[in-house]
Design a protein around this ligand. Structure first.
Ligand code: ZN
Length: 357
């Protein structure tokens, strides 16, 4: 079953528009061969208002710790939207025949090539790698409470897609192509291979020049008081050098703290992320990490210097920063561990429960 969600952010209607096109075509032309395709619209009041959110960001509310969730359950517009979306998701997941893949369709305020993000479980990674666009690793370490992280934790493949700039009509085309490719890859539709190839080519053209695999190395967090403003003209996957002025805020110039590729420069008022910096990852490292994970090497992660087990919790380790070697964190990442909390000089890292298919 393919479940696709559009418009979790209300100022990003492209995903919902792409889903309308897909569903219409599925009904009139090419029927589903097997399985199901479910399309959901995310934040309805925000979509109507064409705003990212009304009271709070819906895509930061999907936290898994129940205590945190209750605390956040104020009577906001987004808490109601989240309840409705979760109820719809739970009912389709309950009736699902066969494996479930979730796509969460987004667009960005700045221009740039389409790309995929996911919480790095092998199931989600394997699915994301089937699209001819860059994959960006490590975003879930920076952003807590996203829908894909929440659904991915249950063992389903869950991939988020950024289709391009919010108002660019091509963003709708890109997201539509992504849904068709997903349906094709899952063997759910009866369409000609040549037609699917045309959809694939659209993405190849849009992503030309961008690296295939990248990793987030920096997030520039902002608050309203910062009065953050990006200098005009930046796009995702544009290279920046350390020290380059790329934005301004209440304190003056904002410079890139390190070199790399810029990701999602912010050109809208709402949002907590000014920009991200990502760097290229060679495919060798993905291959090595898959090898280690399929060999279930995560079970011996506590053999690394400065790394210890959390009693009774097999998926968690403590990293004692004063003792841990520089390579410990890198190796833990390869083994599928992600940073989950910090307690002073101790870092808590956890492995996704359903990493392997
Ligand atoms: Zn979004």
């Amino acid at each position: 079953m393919l479940v696709a969600v559009g418009g979790v952010h209300g100022n990003e209607p492209a995903g919902a528009l792409a889903l309308v096109r897909v569903m219409e075509r599925l009904e009139s032309h090419s029927r589903l061969r097997s399985g199901d395709c479910v399309a959901l619209a995310g934040n309805l009041p925000a979509l109507a208002a064409r705003r990212r959110f009304i009271d709070e960001d819906l895509n930061r509310r999907f936290v898994t710790e129940s205590a945190e969730r209750v605390e956040r359950d104020a009577d906001s517009v987004e808490s109601r939207e989240q309840r409705e979306l979760l109820a719809a998701l739970e009912s389709v997941l309950r009736d699902a025949r066969g494996p479930v893949v979730l796509l969460d369709l987004h667009t960005t305020s700045g221009a740039g090539a389409p790309f995929a993000v996911f919480a790095d479980t092998m199931v989600s990674r394997n699915f994301a790698r089937r699209f001819p666009i860059p994959v960006v690793l490590g975003l879930e370490e920076q952003l807590a409470g996203t829908l894909i992280d929440y659904v991915g934790l249950d063992g389903h493949a869950a991939v988020g897609f950024e289709g391009g700039q919010h108002e660019d009509p091509e963003s709708v085309d890109h997201l539509e192509a992504i849904v068709w490719i997903a349906l094709g890859e899952m063997g759910l539709v009866d369409v000609e291979a040549s037609w699917l190839q045309t959809e694939r080519d659209k993405l190849v053209r849009a992503a030309a020049g961008a690296p295939a695999i990248l990793e987030v190395t920096y997030r520039h967090a902002i608050t309203q008081e910062d009065a953050f403003s990006m200098l005009p003209g930046f796009a995702s996957f544009e290279t920046v050098v350390a020290g380059q002025t790329i934005a301004r805020d209440a304190r003056g110039d904002v410079t890139a703290p390190k070199g790399g590729y810029l990701l999602m420069p912010l050109y809208q008022k709402q949002g907590d992320d000014g920009f991200f910096i990502v760097t290229k990852v060679r495919s060798f490292w993905l291959w090595l990490s898959a090898l280690l994970r399929y060999a279930r090497a995560g079970r011996i992660a506590h053999w690394l210097p400065g790394v210890s087990r959390v009693a009774g919790e097999g998926h968690r380790v403590r990293v004692h920063r004063a003792i841990a070697r520089w390579y410990s964190l890198e190796l833990l990442h390869l083994l599928g561990f992600r940073r989950s909390a910090e307690e002073g000089n101790v870092l808590l890292m956890e492995r996704r429960a359903h990493d392997l298919p």
